[in-house]
Design a protein around this ligand. Structure first.
Ligand SMILES: CC(C)(COP(=O)(O)OP(=O)(O)OC[C@H]1O[C@@H](n2cnc3c(N)ncnc32)[C@H](O)[C@@H]1OP(=O)(O)O)[C@@H](O)C(=O)NCCC(=O)NCCSC(=O)/C=C1/CC=CC=CO1
Length: 273
């Protein structure tokens, strides 16, 4: 039998988390350094997103800022420094591990919303980008600054994801120069879905997540899968994939509940299957 469990069973130690109803709110916990990622937090986030599919109590995730900043990327002292003297085998192990965090977020069947305040750079910017939706405060500064540390802009899927969100030319500029994208630019380019204040961004993201999780969560999982898998499909293949996916959704009780509620002129109550 497939094991099912709750968010608490995942026992994360390297980031903060709490539940807001069926929304898991997680945040990095190094506010004095603007919340960089350590080896441990990368791995724990990767494993958490991998396992969230089986957490019965979680229908969506919010990645929130901590003390005014989202994430300052890989920890320069604990991670970036040691990379300079690593051999190719270990470097590849590291870059694949960081890429696996993005894969885990994309493949996680629960919607992920990032609430971006203050600094969101390097791997932090990628984590926000790999989320389904993003909110920002006017203070949000987003930079894919790999080029500024002598590396290529194509890290953790950036060259695949960013052009799809903001367009090829804008993505090229940000990835070549490493310059900061302001919140205003990000909003006008469609990178950010909505704006909020520092005081309210976390609750705004939770409210947005709960508005989604009040809907048919099994079907939302299908939507997320198709949104991400159809990148690589031609239209014929996408339409067939959606035909199969929708036929599966039509077998759920949630679909029947929505139909019955419509006929009875009532609001449907979804149960996630
Ligand atoms: C732009 C900054 C993030 C913020 O600038 P500013 O607002 O002026 O704040 P500071 O005074 O610089 O920072 C406050 C303190 O935090 C420390 N700090 C900031 N970022 C980090 C970090 N990433 N790691 C460790 N510590 C950090 C900073 O040193 C200050 O501490 P003290 O008060 O003790 O001096 C700016 O800080 C900045 O540019 N930071 C570095 C950002 C960076 O280079 N991140 C890594 C990019 S690469 C990456 O994310 C991931 C990968 C993974 C995969 C493959 C390859 C490479 O990298």
């Amino acid at each position: 039998m497939l094991t099912t469990y709750k968010m608490a069973d995942l026992k994360p130690n390297h980031f903060l988390w709490r539940m807001e109803g069926d929304v898991a709110v997680i945040k990095l916990d190094r506010p004095d350094r603007k919340n960089p990622l350590t080896f441990e937090s990368y791995i724990e986030l990767r494993d958490t997103f991998r396992n969230l599919a089986y957490a019965d109590d979680v229908n969506a995730v919010v990645i929130a800022p901590n003390e005014g900043n989202y994430c300052s990327g890989g920890d320069v002292h604990d991670i970036i420094g040691p990379l300079v003297s690593m051999d190719m085998k270990d470097l590849l192990k590291f870059t694949r591990m960081t890429g696996d965090l993005v894969k885990a977020m994309i493949n996680c069947s629960k919607p992920i919303i990032s609430a971006v305040d203050g600094i969101s750079v390097g791997a932090g910017a990628i984590m926000a980008m790999a989320s389904d939706m993003r909110l920002a405060t006017p203070e949000a500064k987003t930079a894919f600054l790999f080029t500024r540390v002598g590396l290529a802009g194509c890290d953790m899927g950036a060259c695949a994801m960013l052009p799809r969100i903001i367009g090829q030319g804008r993505a090229a500029e940000l990835l070549y120069t490493g310059r900061s994208m302001s919140a205003e630019e990000g909003y006008s380019w469609g990178y950010f879905n909505a704006m909020s204040t520092s005081e309210e961004i976390e609750s705004a993201a939770v409210t947005m997540a709960q508005r989604i999780t009040a809907g048919p969560n099994f079907a939302h999982g299908i939507t997320k899968t198709q949104l991400n898998q159809e990148w690589n499909m031609g239209l014929d293949q996408a339409i067939e994939a959606e035909a199969q996916a929708q036929a599966i959704c039509m077998q759920t009780k949630d679909f029947e509940r929505a139909y019955n509620a419509f006929v009875a002129k009532e609001k449907p109550v979804f149960e996630g299957a």
